[in-house]
Ligand binder design. Structure first.
Ligand code: XMP
Length: 330
């Protein structure tokens, strides 16, 4: 395996890791490899709470415990409950060395007034690097950087998690890389995560873009609309889970545009934002079809969102496949 790891090439005869047993064998092998690579040195990891970085964190905790320093940057664009779950699972349950950085104001200040989607992505990516770099500089004796690179990253973009928009650390912070899952496909990473004892809500979660809710709070981000996106997304996820759609639909979320419409509530006129629901299925995210969500469920979700989410008076369902639309709105 190690020779193949060095070449970034998956051996032709490597078995697909699709059972607990194969996952456990992979874990033992990687724990030994990590110990050998790292020795008694320290390793830094940006832990977003996504599947890949969470599985890498759990593997490294098993291999080197407190020598791993996880940094979780809360940029304010995560889904409801996500930062709390990272702290709960990694610090409280796995006893990890976790640095939690509350960078919400910093990100939102930088993003204020910026409406262009690509500019928003760049700001989020660049600011993420800056925050991570600051935390890295506070630490003494780091020699390694762990990354959740997976095999599709190597195949599709030269081993760079390009879709994470994260860019790179400066020259003087170029640590040796530890990439224990870089020969695995996504489904295998999930099987390994499950075998490492990570919760299902982390292991089986739907894809979530690096810039997070930032590209679902359309146009220039404001705190009120960002909260509307977060709260409506939480309601959508709760209702999809309750109604058996959680594992069935590939990706589902809400977006909030930056225009208002007239409505009426308790006999009075309102002027508030709409929430857009998107629910799609795809194999590779290059094309996508719209999930046929039961109408009664959509009505129930509409009822909940318009009553429970502040500043919202309408709910729309996006019927557009990809192409012509993209999955995200920005
Ligand atoms: P689109 O909107 O291009 O999305 O049809 C395809 C898939 O990619 C995700 N996506 C992103 N992921 N950074 C990411 O990490 C991004 O900037 C980004 N933009 C889109 C999207 O959620 C979908 O799964």
């Amino acid at each position: 395996m190690n020779k193949f790891m060095e070449n970034n090439k998956r051996p032709d005869d490597m078995k697909r890791i699709n059972t607990q047993e194969l996952a456990e064998a992979f874990i033992s092998e990687q724990v030994e490899a990590i110990k050998k690579q790292v020795g008694d040195k320290k390793v830094l990891l940006a832990l977003s709470g996504g599947v890949d970085s969470s599985v890498v964190a759990a593997l490294l905790i098993k291999a080197i415990g407190q020598q791993l320093i996880c940094v979780h940057v809360n940029h304010g664009l995560l889904r409801k409950g996500e930062p709390e779950q990272v702290v709960e699972v990694f610090r409280n349950q796995m006893n990890a060395n976790l640095i939690y950085v509350d960078a919400v104001d910093r990100f939102l200040d930088k993003l204020a007034g910026v409406a262009d989607p690509e500019k928003k992505r760049k700001i989020i990516g660049a600011e993420f690097i800056r925050v991570f770099e600051e935390e890295a500089r506070k630490q003494d004796g780091i020699e390694f950087l762990a990354q959740g690179t997976i095999y599709p990253d190597i195949l599709e973009s030269d081993g760079v998690k390009a879709h994470h928009n994260v860019g790179g650390l400066p020259e003087d912070l170029q640590f040796e890389l530890v990439e224990p899952v870089k020969l695995l496909f996504k489904d295998e990473v999930r099987v390994v995560g499950k075998a490492l004892g990570l919760p299902d809500s982390m292991v089986y979660r739907q894809p979530f873009p690096g810039p997070g809710l930032g590209v679902r709070c359309l146009g220039a981000i404001t705190r009120d609309r960002l909260e509307a996106v977060r709260e409506s997304d939480a309601i959508l996820r709760e209702e999809f889970a309750k109604n058996g759609l959680e594992g069935k639909v590939w990706q589902y979320f809400t977006a909030v545009p930056d225009f208002k419409s007239v409505g009426v509530k308790n006999g009075a006129r309102t002027f508030a934002y709409p929430v857009i629901i998107r629910a799609v299925n795809t194999v590779d995210a290059m094309t996508a079809t719209v999930e046929d969500v039961p109408f009664a469920l959509l009505q129930h979700i509409t009822d909940r969102i318009t009553h429970e989410v502040e500043g919202v008076n309408r709910v729309l369902f996006d019927l557009t496949p990809k192409p012509v639309g993209t999955i995200e709105w920005e």
